[in-house]
Structures are given as structure tokens and as C-alpha cells.
Write a protein of this length. Structure first.
Length: 306
């Protein structure tokens, strides 16, 4: 799993990401609980927006979780599903009966100013050129069009990452990427502005999944198509000695009183709008018509009097 905010470096093997999603599509229904949770959270946020969206795209649709969560109350007309994996796109079409296409987030096939909304559920963390992808999304939106997306953030699987690192250093005397890098909340706010979005809001929440044993977590990651796909990963399989040592460290440091292991997934949510003349804009400095001291019912003290 992972994300990259530097568009000058290729961090992820996108062909491998596509291959693993193709493979995961066959049994995704057994492993899609995080994707369903993410879709429900995005759709809850969409309910707070008093707007009709005639045409939109679900970018990185997996098995069609967003469309499955939509109701007439969401006021979305046509939501075209798109995924890097052709088999995932086909699965989404089968699951929802709605249009689905294979499309790469880094090379969007949508015309400029053609969409009312772009949604993306836990997919953009696999994009190499995230600034470029955000810029393409902004261009595809009509003026005042909505971008609403979630992706895994920096706090995701921190305990697993630490356990694998410690075990590899202990046994092999070195370290290789075993869990992909993730974006930070502060980075994403800046990237949205850099891509030309207006009114960006970025926040983070944590989903914790408890496991009876750590190998189940690794199986779930494979089942979701979220295994490590960094370019610099070691090509040989992880040594059993490293894996067993890492799982033992994970259990020793993080198991709860009930013997279950928590796996944390930080979910970062981004809300932003394509610029439009009708949008609210911040006031110019010095243009306020009231005093902050009056609003707070306190006495104003000038710096010269301190």
C-alpha cells in the first residue's frame, strides 16, 4: 500500500498494481470491507452537499462500492466507474449494472470541464504523479465541480511497518521497502492548491481492525490487491525467518488484553472544488467591519502598550 507526492520519482510499479488488482477481483467480495467502509463515509459526506450532480466519475472504483452506497438522496445522475484494472472495472459493472471503464488515474480519458463530480475511494495512494493526477481531475471538472476522495495516509499500518523493519535489520542487517510510503495530511492540502483547486479541506480519521493473528492481516492485504508494489522492493519472497520474527514482535508489542492485534488504517479525506466566479473568497486583509475584541467581549491591548 502507499502513495507518493513527488512527481519526479517513480515509486510504484503501476503494472504490478494493475496485475494485483486483476488477481484480487476474483474474490474481492471476501476482502472488500475497508473499501465498503470508505465508500459509506464518502457518501455520507456527499449527503451534506446541497447540489445535483448530473455526471461524475468514481476513479479507482474497485468493485463498485461507491455506486452500491449511493441512494436517490445523493442526487447523483450518472456515475461512471473507472479502475486501473480491467477486471476490477468489469467486476464493478457486474456488481452495479452501471457503466465502468478501465482507466489510469495518471492519464485520465475525460474531456476538460465535462464532469460535475469526481469521487475516489482508497485508490489514489498508488499514484506516482499525484500532483499531475490532481491537476487532471481539476481540469476534467466543470467550474464549481466537486472533488471528493479518500486515500490511505501516513499512519496506516505503522505497527506492521515497524515490526517488519526491526525483524529485517535483526536478521539480514539491512532494510528494504516492505510497506509502501504514504502521503501526509499537510502535504495533500498543499497539493490541492498547487493543482488549482479552490476551497480545499483535508482531514484524517483512523479505522482500526482487530485480528486474532497477524497472518490474517497479510491475507486481507493480498485479497484487496493492496500488497507492496514499490519499484525498489526486493524481488525475492520475504524470508520465513524475517516474517515469523516480525509477527512475533508485532504480537509482543501491540496485542491487546484479549490477545487480538490492532491494525490501523489512516484514512485521509479530501474535499475541494474546481474554481468558479460564484464561489466565496476570503476577505482581503484589513477589510473587516468589526473588531475581534468586540466579538470576544474583551479589551483590546495595542502592542505599544504591552
Amino acid at each position: 500500500m502507499g502513495s507518493q507526492v513527488n512527481d519526479e520519482v517513480t515509486v510504484f510499479d503501476r503494472d504490478l498494481v494493475r496485475h494485483r488488482r486483476d488477481r484480487a477481483a476474483a474474490r474481492l467480495g471476501d476482502f472488500d470491507f475497508l473499501f465498503m467502509e470508505g465508500a459509506e463515509r464518502l457518501c455520507d459526506r456527499l449527503l451534506d452537499i446541497d447540489r445535483d450532480f448530473s455526471l461524475g466519475v468514481d476513479l479507482g472504483c474497485h468493485g463498485g462500492e461507491i455506486v452500491r452506497c449511493l441512494t436517490p438522496s445523493h442526487r447523483v445522475g450518472t456515475l461512471v466507474q473507472a479502475d486501473l484494472s480491467p477486471r476490477m472495472a468489469a467486476l464493478a459493472r457486474t456488481n452495479t449494472g452501471r457503466p465502468a471503464v478501465a482507466a489510469d488515474e495518471e492519464f485520465l480519458p475525460f474531456a476538460d470541464a465535462s464532469l460535475d463530480v469526481v469521487m475516489s475511494n482508497l485508490s489514489l495512494h498508488w499514484v506516482n504523479d499525484l500532483p499531475g493526477a490532481l491537476t487532471q481531475i481539476r481540469r476534467a471538472l466543470k467550474p464549481d465541480g466537486l472533488f471528493l476522495a479518500s486515500m490511505f495516509g501516513l499512519g496506516t499500518l505503522a505497527a506492521l511497518r515497524d515490526a517488519l523493519s526491526e525483524a529485517e535489520i535483526e536478521i539480514d542487517g539491512g532494510l528494504s521497502p516492505r510497506v509502501s510510503p504514504f502521503a501526509d495530511v499537510r502535504d495533500l492540502g498543499s497539493l490541492l492548491q498547487r493543482a488549482g483547486f479552490a476551497l480545499p479541506v483535508v482531514d484524517a480519521d483512523t479505522i482500526t481492525v482487530n485480528y486474532s493473528e497477524p497472518m490474517r492481516l497479510l491475507a486481507d492485504l493480498r485479497g484487496m490487491g493492496e500488497s507492496n508494489a514499490t519499484v525498489l522492493r526486493r524481488r525475492e519472497p520475504l524470508k520465513r525467518s524475517i516474517l515469523m520474527t516480525a509477527m512475533a514482535k508485532y504480537f509482543e508489542k501491540h496485542a491487546g488484553d484479549d490477545g487480538r492485534l490492532p491494525a490501523t488504517f489512516e484514512v485521509i479525506t479530501m474535499t475541494a472544488w474546481a474554481p468558479a466566479p460564484t464561489q466565496q473568497k476570503p476577505l482581503k486583509p484589513g477589510s473587516a467591519k468589526g473588531r475581534l475584541a468586540d466579538a470576544l467581549d474583551t479589551e483590546e491591548v495595542k502592542l505599544s502598550n504591552k
